[in-house]
Design a protein around this ligand. Structure first.
Ligand code: ZN
Ligand code: ZN
Length: 320
């Protein structure tokens, strides 16, 4: 579910900010920038509340992953380009068809402009019937044939690289209650792996088997962190992971950077920030243990693989 802040949440945030300003001994108007700079992200903008939609861009190519509520804003932005004149070429890759990954599609403006070519991709055979279901009365006033844009359906083969102009895309299976596929995007020697939604029940290299390449030679990994580690024990088979699982894999495989997303809609900013702090503690402990092991052995075998990571928020942009 999209989970926007309510007016009461915003009011509470503002009150906390004012209280913090005076409690920290600030007095003057000119102290405001310094005070705001000292605050963690969750106390200011927070993590956002849209459901999953990620844009992947290279020099000549734009790819969208999933049609969560975040695609609405992206669509508005794209209407500043060729999509407004019906000359747009849009490529949307779907991981799976749970509502949170489709819910923004009926509000994706480029779909309603005649002339736009919308290419949609998935491994699952149900892609076309999913579109027929979403754009159907009484759920939506327009039927698929009345949308304006032309939709082209593409079926991807599991684990087979697909050339999307200058980006190579390979689907690998994730661990989710219904079939769900992560994507590895490669362009100009850089790699981005999209791993949402996954419970990551397979962790070891042997367990991951033919899906292991999704986590290897990766510059940026986006990983599922809906729950804390404790919650994953309570919510077995719910299809989502905790940050520590992603960190374990990232440290083992030498992934350079990880962003965690798909935060629980029932969590508030404070709770998500607590999960982030727990993950930070876990990571710091793992790294210090690895460093001690390396010092004891004085060899290169116990490699310490430090990485950059954080919890993502709506609108976050990363260049690799
Ligand atoms: Zn799902
Ligand atoms: Zn989801």
């Amino acid at each position: 579910m999209p989970s926007p802040l309510t007016p009461i949440d915003v009011e509470r945030k503002i009150k906390d900010l004012f209280r913090g300003f005076f409690e920290q001994g600030f007095k003057k108007k000119t102290d405001v920038p310094l005070y705001l700079k000292s605050l963690p992200n969750w106390k200011l903008g927070g993590y956002g509340g849209n459901t999953p939609c990620v844009e992947v861009s290279a020099a000549k190519t734009q790819i969208i992953v999933d049609g969560g509520s975040g695609i609405r804003n992206l669509g508005i932005e794209m209407m500043n380009g060729p999509c407004a004149e019906g000359k747009g070429e849009v490529h949307i890759f779907f991981t799976h068809f749970h509502w949170d990954h489709l819910i923004g599609l009926p509000f994706f403006t480029p779909l309603f402009v005649p002339g736009n070519q919308i290419h949609v991709y998935a491994v699952q055979p149900e892609l076309e019937s999913v579109f027929q279901t979403v754009f159907r009365k009484p759920y939506f006033p327009l039927q698929l044939k009345d949308l304006g844009a032309t939709i082209h359906y593409h079926r991807l083969e599991p684990r087979k690289p697909f050339k999307m102009k200058d980006i190579q895309v390979t689907p690998y299976q994730l661990d989710h209650p219904d079939p769900c596929w992560g994507y590895k995007f490669e362009y100009g020697g850089k790699t981005y792996s999209h791993c949402v939604d996954t419970e990551c029940t397979r962790i070891s290299r042997a367990q991951l088997g033919e899906d292991l390449p999704l986590y290897q030679n990766v510059d940026l990994l986006v990983f599922d962190a809906q729950y804390t580690l404790l919650e994953t024990l309570e919510k077995v088979h719910w299809g989502h992971a905790a940050a520590s699982l992603g960190l374990d894999i990232a440290m083992r495989e030498g992934i350079k950077q990880v962003i965690f997303m798909h935060h629980d809609p029932s969590s508030n900013d404070k709770k998500i920030s607590t999960a982030e702090a727990q993950a930070r503690k876990y990571y710091d402990t793992q790294i210090s243990m690895a460093k001690k092991a390396q010092q004891r052995k004085k060899t290169e075998t116990s490699e310490v693989r430090e990485l950059k990571w954080s919890f993502g928020y709506d609108g976050l942009e990363i260049e690799i």
